[in-house]
Design a binder for this molecule. Structure first.
Ligand SMILES: NC(=O)c1ccc[n+]([C@@H]2O[C@H](COP(=O)([O-])OP(=O)(O)OC[C@H]3O[C@@H](n4cnc5c(N)ncnc54)[C@H](O)[C@@H]3O)[C@@H](O)[C@H]2O)c1
Length: 390
């Protein structure tokens, strides 16, 4: 049985695309959302919509951190303020769930690693793909050696929401989102998910990146993620982040010895027409393979050379019994993106409620820092056209 979590209280920073995903998931878990922080107008509107009692406008997160009614801070603001807001939250004695990527540079994310290590608070980075039941199942299968020795991994993370030159979001600007856009924004989800499944960290990379739209058009004001502006009200700007990239990765030793020194290749794109949010990979071992796709997350394709292939379905005998702790509905009742968020927050809040006794499978500050180091290595590899260690 999951632990009761209704005594824990959350404060949310940001009111854009992903903030309501956090709020909704917390509500489904019975956790109180007591405070919201953002622009004065949007924070008030969000508070009115969701019935959130404390409103902190003017992006005044420090005022929210002074509230005695906030135990856990969810940072859903743009990347450039993640580290500053995380460090201040830990200093104020709050637990933190920070959106990915953890920060803009490894120099600043190292500060989070140090602060989280010194603190007795729980700190998680929202690489919530770890909490799809299928991801946990594949991880368990590889850990038990059911796929034999892992040979290689291949996959992609494709979207098309930035396909047109008129598609705009703060992520396109290196000053707001970091020097790597497609790789930093969605590629790190792919790398984190694959690393988690393999039980090994990516150690070195070889990459090539490309900006298809060297110049784009942007609205004169700001727009929320996945919303469109009127093209008549736009101005041109030079693009300083990539639209797509190809990355080769070499993984280090795995915790269990079944996935040591694995090679992987990933294609990452935000201009791939037709793909909305397709995180896909196949992991190939000496005894079999697994394939999984985020847009159809309720099953795994298990491939065998000398036996028929199988479809393993969530919450049926194809999945381990203990994976059922990360799913709430019976097989055939689809769970997806918002449920993975919910399962991630449940795990973090249970960790807090149990005083550190429940499993901490979520991405730590160290994991978030490693993803940013990988992004820097990917950029360097692209510039030098050589393998680079993270
Ligand atoms: N884990 C996931 O699945 C997932 C999915 C989408 C986005 N994200 C991450 O969430 C973050 C937000 O992305 P989004 O798509 O919601 O963006 P968004 O632009 O839709 O929303 C960002 C919000 O932050 C607010 N904001 C801007 N500056 C701020 C500041 N200084 N302090 C506080 N709030 C500020 C904006 O007003 C807006 O409400 C990003 O880091 C992104 O990478 C994660």
């Amino acid at each position: 049985m999951p632990l009761p979590l209704h005594h824990l209280r959350a404060g949310i920073i940001g009111t854009g695309f992903i903030a309501p995903v956090h709020i909704e998931a917390l509500r489904r878990l019975g956790i109180q959302v007591t405070a919201i922080c953002g622009s004065t107008k949007a924070a008030k509107a969000t508070a009115d919509q969701w019935g959130i009692p404390e409103v902190y406008g003017d992006y005044d997160y420090a005022a929210m951190y002074r509230s005695p009614n906030v135990d856990v801070v969810h940072i859903t603001s743009p990347n450039r303020v993640h580290v500053e807001q995380s460090l201040a939250a830990l200093a104020a004695g709050k637990h933190v769930i920070c959106e990915k990527p953890l920060g803009m540079t490894s120099e600043e994310t190292a500060l989070c690693v140090a602060a989280a290590a010194k603190s007795d608070r729980v700190f998680a980075v929202n690489y919530m793909c770890r909490y799809f039941p299928a991801i946990l199942q594949m991880r368990a299968m590889i850990e038990r050696g059911e796929l034999g020795r892992i040979i290689h991994v291949q996959g992609h993370f494709f979207q098309d929401w930035l396909l047109h030159e008129t598609d705009y979001n703060w992520r396109v600007l290196a000053s707001e989102g970091g020097k790597l856009r497609a790789v930093g924004d969605i590629g790190t989800h792919w790398i984190d998910a694959v690393s988690f499944v393999l039980g090994a960290k990516a150690e070195s990379v070889f990459a090539t990146l490309e900006t298809f739209h060297k110049q784009r058009l942007r609205p004169k004001g700001e727009v929320q993620t996945f919303t469109k502006a009127d093209p008549a009200d736009m101005e041109p700007y030079e693009v300083d982040t990539e639209d797509f990239g190809s990355v080769l990765l070499k993984f280090g030793k795995s915790a269990h010895g079944h996935a040591d020194g694995v090679h992987a290749s990933a294609a990452i794109s935000q201009v791939a027409a037709g793909w909305k949010c397709s995180l896909y990979f196949g992991i190939y071992g000496t005894k079999g393979s697994v394939q999984w796709e985020l847009q159809e997350p309720n099953h795994i394709v298990l491939g065998r050379r000398d036996e028929p292939n199988q479809i393993l379905q969530r919450n049926t005998p194809g999945f381990d019994k203990d994976i059922a702790g990360y799913t709430d509905y019976p097989g055939g009742h689809p769970e997806g993106f918002s449920d993975a968020h919910k399962m991630h927050y449940r795990a973090v809040y249970e960790r807090i409620a149990s005083g550190g006794k429940s499993p901490a499978l979520f991405a730590s500050a160290e994991d978030g820092h490693h993803e940013v180091k990988l992004c820097e290595a990917i950029l360097k590899s692209h510039e030098k056209q050589t393998w680079v260690k993270a």
